[in-house]
Ligand binder design. Structure first.
Ligand code: ADP
Length: 452
């Protein structure tokens, strides 16, 4: 069976590709393993030079990569260019990381150092929302640490990853392989005996399933899974200053971002003013095909997501909530959903309790911060959370209550190469980015030299 890559703005097939067989997966791992043996012998600095060359290659192909991202994913071209820019920034950050042994004790009794060795072949499985950037997040720290990688992109969005693999292969053949498909290729890859680590970004059911498949082999795993991030706007928040950041935190990438703001709790004194500002920003979006000049808001990536998000919006309408969205332009034939604000939703509504992963934001008024915090802290997910307001005891209290991997103050969904990022509860295991994320791609070896 083949993979049809669909442009979500037109529902047209962009490209048809073959799924990898189990034999092809085995071949990809064998090639990666062979390359690993020489790649691991290079010094960390030598690998850094290669990563900078890869970053140069990505920059040189920026327009082509961005066009592929728009065609397969749907986001507007400027957002795709931003994604390519992020790919370059994360590659260069990892290129410059040090892998020198850490000295824990240097005394008359002993010299103790921690060496960081590569693991071998790392399997990367990526989703369809930020296909290039998330591939880079998985690949670059693993390569810098001396591993080889075999990646399986989402069948919805493999094209930019295929191009990335071409760029890397032209510079350092063999260290980055690719397989295509879903369950068959993915599970063959993850369970291959020579694969020593899985780095996965996607849904919680798939991530936990894959982790369970490899638990008995004690393979390392880094999982970045679902979230249902809450944002809490305090009574003292300056709405004029913050509204556009709140909007961006929720609607970035048409809401299809793991760490996007997915539920907004607003003190009643600021509720109408903030909702009005968010609706104005939604109305100012130019919805359309991301390849067209001036378009600021594209479709959601696939039919399943379109069906899920539209059914959540319908449930909100049925519940009597106020659903506010601009009219879609005429003549569009893709998976378009206008940026939608839901006012006064019941707390038990699906769009509040479950991850929508799309362009719809439930906005909930509150009077008592202590009461609403019980709802804002999600029972299952704890990826990110945010508080919006001026410095105050109340703000500190909310920060202290939130149990997510990241708490932003007056911001949401900001990720940076040098800041660790990961989820608690069912939102993930381990972290990515920063030194901590890099070290998840290594095997610790303590070397203890007795001097007595
Ligand atoms: P979605 O359903 O939104 O695509 P998933 O978490 O299922 O979210 O997908 C994330 C990634 O996991 C994709 O690359 C997808 O192909 C892959 N995937 C899904 N199921 C499996 C599986 N059983 N084994 C390996 N990979 C899988």
């Amino acid at each position: 069976m083949q993979i049809d890559v669909i442009n979500p703005a037109t529902k047209q097939v962009v490209e048809t590709l073959n799924r990898s067989s189990v034999e092809e997966v085995n071949d990809a791992v064998a090639t990666a393993l062979q390359s690993f043996e020489t790649w691991r012998q290079k010094t960390s600095e030598e690998r850094g030079v290669v990563l900078h060359a890869i970053a140069d290659g990505i920059e040189a192909s920026a327009t082509e990569l961005a066009n592929l991202i728009v065609a397969e994913q749907g986001k507007p071209l400027p957002v795709a260019m931003m994604e390519v820019g992020g790919a370059v920034a994360w590659t260069r950050y990892n290129a410059d990381l040090s892998q020198a042994p850490e000295v824990l004790e240097d005394s008359a009794d002993r010299l103790v150092q921690v060496h960081r060795l590569p693991l071998g072949v790392v399997a990367s499985i990526t989703p369809w929302n930020w296909p290039l950037m998330i591939a880079i997040w998985h690949i670059m720290p693993a390569l810098k640490a001396g591993n080889a990688v075999v990646i399986k992109p989402s069948s919805n969005t493999p094209l930019s990853t295929i191009k990335l693999v071409d760029i890397v292969s032209a510079i350092e053949p063999g260290i980055l392989g690719i397989v295509l498909g879903g369950k068959i290729a993915g599970e063959a890859l993850v369970t291959h005996p020579e694969v020593k680590k899985l780095v996965f970004t996607g849904s919680t059911p798939t991530g936990t399933h894959l982790a369970s498949l490899i638990a008995k082999d004690l393979k390392k795993v880094t999982l970045e899974l679902g979230g249902n991030d809450a944002g809490i706007v305090l009574a003292n928040a300056d709405i004029d200053k913050l509204a556009s950041k709140i909007y961006m935190g929720a609607f970035i990438n048409m809401g299809q971002t793991c760490a996007a703001l997915k539920r907004l709790y607003v003190h009643r004194s600021k509720y109408d003013a903030l909702c009005d500002a968010l609706v104005d920003m939604a109305k100012a979006e130019v919805v359309g095909n991301g390849m067209e000049e001036g378009v600021t808001f594209g479709p959601v990536q696939n039919k399943n997501q379109y069906d899920l998000v539209t059914s959540m919006i319908q449930q909100a309408r049925d519940s009597g909530s106020e659903v506010i969205a601009p009219e879609l332009p005429e003549g569009l034939d893709g998976y378009f959903i206008a940026p939608t604000i839901i006012k006064n939703p019941p707390l038990e509504l699906s769009v509040v309790c479950d991850e929508q992963f799309g362009p719809v934001l439930p906005v909930i008024p509150y009077d008592d911060i202590k009461e609403i915090m019980k709802d804002a802290i999600h029972k299952e997910f704890a990826l990110g959370g945010s508080v919006w307001g001026e410095e105050s005891e109340e703000l500190d209290w909310v920060v202290g209550q939130l149990d997510s991997g990241t708490v932003w103050i007056n911001n949401h969904a900001e990720v940076l190469p040098h800041i660790p990022f990961g989820g608690n509860k069912l939102s993930g295991l381990g972290v990515e980015f920063g030194v901590e994320g890099f070290l998840e791609n290594t095997q610790r070896k303590v070397v203890s030299y007795s001097r007595t």
